[in-house]
Design a protein around this ligand. Structure first.
Ligand code: TXA
Ligand code: MG
Length: 323
């Protein structure tokens, strides 16, 4: 946990238009005052982020959603009542007073109330909503430890707050609440099944029925330098196929890593073992970074079933595998 001194320093830096790395329960965020256009431009510069990719605004109380939104649609009210504080981001009509850099000129704004105690304390100490994308250089995996963020952003950041390894390790679920039905724009730690328990049929999964996508989804994301091979199919067959892929790559003289899920084993590859699906979600980005640090050229992983948390994991794996 952070000392009060660190928090005070960080809050002061934010009020002075500087950048702070803050822990959240999903991934680490690169925070700036959401009301300060100059600070927000520094966020884009520090990340090397394209200007057409809007930021998520983080609030410290549920009631503050209404302060950054032009109006709060009923679906947003329902979802935030159920899942805030937590890994859910709602897209709602933006208050006209918000700087245009936050929303990248869109009429909507993405808002989330994080559950991490350090993030909540920081937002409250700063006294302003905080815009915070993931604290990685654009195109790199999101940081799940403060060391990852520091390695990517270095001196562009005034204060780094360490809140330990991120609890979920995958970014929040982004849900568009501006229409008649809620639409998942980015699958995350809150699952479609959980959303359906609250919204029933009025929520569409990512990619269903030509559902719209987040501006950010068009970029190649979440990718290590190592080539990622996602072996599709049922677990048993995919394990065999994964082992075959490793053998073929090794025969070509390549340095291969493999993610071994739930006690499975692979020969001829540097293994990254994760006991469960939740652990895979938590560790995935750290494994990507470690694979690169070890100079691995390929990373083999089998598909997990596309349900529950598996949807978010497969979304990130498929993006990482895209060439
Ligand atoms: O878990 C998270 O959401 C983390 C932590 C730090 O809170 N933040 C995060 O931010 O992942 P970022 O910037 O890496 O991803 C934000 C995503 C992008 O895909 C962006 O395009 C989308 O949210 N987004 C932001 N504003 C939007 C809007 N008005 N409409 C649709 N999508 C939006
Ligand atoms: Mg990001």
């Amino acid at each position: 946990m952070k000392s009060d001194g660190d928090l005070t320093r960080a809050a002061e830096a934010l009020r002075a238009g500087k950048l702070v790395v803050m822990p959240t329960e999903t991934v680490y965020g690169l925070a700036a005052s959401a009301l300060d256009a100059r600070a927000l431009r520094r966020v884009f510069a520090a990340k090397g982020r394209p200007a057409d990719n809007p930021l998520i605004v983080h609030v410290g109380r549920k009631a503050d959603l209404a302060r950054v939104a032009a109006r709060v649609p009923a679906l947003a009210r329902k979802l935030t009542a159920a899942f805030w504080p937590g890994p859910l981001t709602v897209v709602v009509p933006a208050a006209p007073s918000l700087p245009r850099v936050v929303t990248a000129g869109l009429a909507t704004v993405a808002v989330r109330m994080p559950a991490h105690p350090v993030a909540l304390a920081l937002i409250r100490a700063a006294g302003v909503p905080l815009a915070a994308p993931s604290a990685n250089r654009s195109g790199r995996p999101s940081p799940t430890t403060v060391a990852h963020a520091r390695g990517d952003l270095g001196r562009a950041v005034a204060v780094y707050l360490d809140g330990g390894p991120a609890e979920h390790g995958l970014e929040s679920t982004v849900v568009d609440c501006t229409g008649a039905v809620a639409v998942v724009l980015r699958p995350g730690a809150i699952t479609l099944e959980q959303l359906r328990r609250v919204c029933g049929d009025t929520v569409l999964g990512a990619g269903e029925q030509g559902a719209p996508r987040s501006p950010g989804m068009k970029y190649r994301h979440y990718a290590p330098s190592a080539r990622v091979w996602v072996i599709e199919g049922r677990a048993a067959e995919a394990r065999v196929e994964g082992q075959r892929t490793i053998a073929r790559l090794r025969a070509a003289g390549r340095r291969v890593g493999a993610i071994a899920i739930g006690g499975e084993r692979y020969q001829g590859a540097e293994e990254f073992r994760v006991p469960t699906l939740a652990a895979l979600g938590r560790e995935l980005y750290a494994i990507f970074r470690e694979a690169d640090a070890r100079g691995l050229e390929d990373l083999v992983v089998r598909a997990v079933p596309d349900r529950g948390l598996g949807r978010a994991v497969m979304n990130r794996l498929r993006k990482a595998a895209k060439r």
